[in-house]
Design a protein around this ligand. Structure first.
Ligand SMILES: Nc1ncnc2c1ncn2[C@@H]1O[C@H](COP(=O)(O)OP(=O)(O)OP(=O)(O)O)[C@@H](O)[C@H]1O
Length: 254
């Protein structure tokens, strides 16, 4: 485990067993069965066809498809922000309940929303998160992540004073400042310049090598090619498993 990454180092003892690879064993990091997602009350309001998929620990699933096909909606259901209209979703061997301490200790997300405390600087944000999650060498880790995400010059700035790309970098850094077994990222490439997208891809490859599972919705062929081990292609008529190569071809054909 590299010095830059807390992974599970800060997980309180009460939640550690739930989140360790040993405890996970061969249990899929994500398992869905006929999962139906959408914003209405009934199956008729589903935004895409049902999804049945297993993702093993340490793998990276790219969710691809045209605008509005349901990628973000699916990710929201994966992390319990949206109740399924039908079917089941399990994360790390348990039905999703984002209120459970063990779930929150293991699942790190960067979703669409861009939330931050207006009264805390970039550095203070990251420190708050790291300490809230019980990370032991929080200050050093925050310094490393600020550097990795190119925010050294803006560490003392308020989030409202950042450019949109810098705010995105802060949110991404926040995902890596806390323990995690599963990373769920909604279009993590958004608003990043080419150099930062490349660095993010390398970071995600390193995460996988450390056994972290990655679930990401993306429109970025390079990210799929570099990071994904498998893919899910969402279309109106069907949701298909495909290879990263198949996903890249699908993105390029959109
Ligand atoms: N909060 C919401 N309430 C009702 N409908 C929504 C809501 N959010 C999204 N939708 C609709 O659900 C469908 C799927 O949206 P979703 O954001 O999941 O698509 P996506 O594949 O992530 O798209 P994109 O590539 O543009 O990010 C779209 O038709 C969208 O308009």
């Amino acid at each position: 485990m590299s010095a830059r990454s807390p992974r599970l180092t800060g997980v309180p003892a009460a939640t550690k067993d739930h989140a360790t690879p040993a405890a996970a064993g061969k249990t899929p990091a994500l398992r869905t069965s006929a999962l139906l997602v959408g914003y209405g009350e009934t199956a008729a309001s589903a935004v895409c066809p049902p999804v049945t998929i297993d993702v093993a620990p340490g793998r990276a699933l790219a969710v691809v498809g045209a605008n509005g096909t349901g990628k973000s909606t699916l990710l929201r259901a994966f992390v319990g922000l949206l109740a399924p209209l039908g079917g089941r979703v399990e994360v790390l061997g348990r039905e999703v309940d984002e209120r459970e301490a063990a779930f929150r200790a293991a699942v790190s997300t960067v979703m669409d929303e861009d939330t931050s405390f207006p009264s805390l600087t970039v550095r203070e944000h990251l420190l708050l998160l790291a300490r809230g999650h019980g990370v032991s060498r929080a200050s050093a880790l925050v310094t490393e992540l600020i550097e990795e995400f190119g925010l050294t010059d803006r560490a003392a700035a308020m989030p409202t004073a950042l450019s949109s790309g810098q705010r995105r970098r802060m949110l991404l850094a926040a995902a890596f400042v806390r323990p995690r077994r599963l990373l769920v990222l909604d279009e993590p490439e958004q608003r990043l310049d080419a150099g930062m997208r490349d660095r993010l891809a390398q970071r995600l490859v390193a995460e996988r090598a450390d056994g972290v599972t990655v679930l990401m919705a993306t429109h970025d062929p390079a990210l799929v090619q570099t990071v994904a081990t498998e893919a899910l292609l969402i279309a109106e008529d069907a949701v298909r498993r495909t290879s990263p190569k198949g996903a890249v071809a699908a993105i390029e054909a959109l």
